[in-house]
Every structure is written in C-alpha cells, then in structure tokens.
Design a protein around this ligand. Structure first.
Ligand code: S3P
Length: 178
C-alpha cells in the first residue's frame, strides 16, 4: 500500500506498462465485483472505428494522446462514471493532466513488472506501435526508466506482479483493506 485511501470505493483504475495485465486483471476484477469494465484502448478504437496501429500510422501519436486525454476527461470529469473498473493505456499516466484526472476519479492501482517479464508477456504482438523496435527489451527498459516514476507517483497502490498470475493479482486486490 502506498497511500491511505478507501481502496475499493469509487472507480478502480489500473495503470501500468504495456503487457502488465491491466485489461485481463481489470476484466476479471470487474466480474468478481459485479462492476462495469471499461478499457481506454477499446473505447478509443470503437469511437474512431480503427485500430490503434491505424490511428498511430494515419494520424500520429500526438493525435492518439489527445484522444486519450479527451476520453479520460469525459470519464473522470465531464460525464463522470461511478463504480467501474477502468483499464488504461500504458501511456496515459505520462501526461500530468491524466495523472490528476485518474487520482480524482478513483483508486489507482499500478501493476508493476520488470522489463524482462513485460517483454516476455508482450511477445511478438504487433498491435503496439511503440514496441516496433529492433530490440524490444532495450526499448522497454528505456521507456520504463522514464515512465516508472510517473506510474509510481500516480498510484495509490502498487502491486509487483512479476511472480503473480492474473488470478492471483485479482485475489490480492480483493483482499486489500478498505
Ligand atoms: C501505449 C499502450 C497501449 C496503447 C498504445 C500506446 C503506451 O495500451 O494505448 O499502443 O504508450 O504505453 P496497453 O498498455 O493496453 O497495451
């Protein structure tokens, strides 16, 4: 536990790097808590009618980041959602405005993993444009160096998931005090 907060009241927002299990854990957790599940990547893909690689390719990363901010502002501020589990794209906490919106909207849980296990988990997935690098592990290490402190700053709760399955992570969250 990083900070005191009524852990599972309000929205539960999962943050972390690509491959950290946010969507899998989030969906399972929502099922166990009988809550609605939302995933920022899925919502953006639906709204845009095109995949994330297509958005990056045809409109560029800044455009995608603008969509993330607009969506999060809507969910956290303009038309606030209540009592949901939200899985967020791995880049969302990089933007300071998004970190403030996440903190405001609920309990933020960071699924923290080592670069090695993240690299293993993302495998050869081609759906993540930022990982189209010749040396993926190196790329992940570099990005984590910058992003890790931002994820940590944003989180109410940090869970080290290297040795945990998605089921174990969900159980851990369900047993949190509060
Ligand atoms: C990104 C993470 C992806 C997706 C996009 C950019 C990032 O989401 O939003 O490819 O910058 O870390 P996942 O973390 O769900 O893979």
């Amino acid at each position: 536990m990083m900070k005191e907060k009524d852990a599972l009241d309000g929205n539960i927002c999962l943050i972390g790097y690509m491959g950290s299990g946010k969507s899998t854990v989030g969906r399972m957790l929502a099922g166990k808590l009988d809550r609605e599940f939302m995933d920022t990547d899925d919502l953006i893909t639906e709204n845009e009618g095109r995949s994330i690689p297509e958005i990056f390719r045809d409109s560029g990363e800044p455009y995608f980041r603008g969509l993330e901010y607009g969506l999060l502002k809507r969910l956290a501020d303009e038309e606030p959602v209540k009592g949901i589990v939200l899985a967020t794209g791995g880049g969302i906490p990089v933007d300071e405005r998004n970190r403030a919106l996440l903190k405001k909207t609920g309990t933020v849980i960071y699924l923290r993993s080592s670069a090695e296990s993240l690299c293993e988990r993302v495998g050869n997935d081609t759906n993540r444009p930022l990982l189209n690098a010749p040396d993926r592990l190196k790329k992940i290490r570099e990005m984590l160096k910058y992003r890790g402190p931002l994820y940590e700053e944003c989180a109410d709760i940090i869970i080290d998931t290297d040795e945990m399955s998605a089921e174990e992570t969900v159980d851990y969250i369900l047993k949190l005090p509060g």
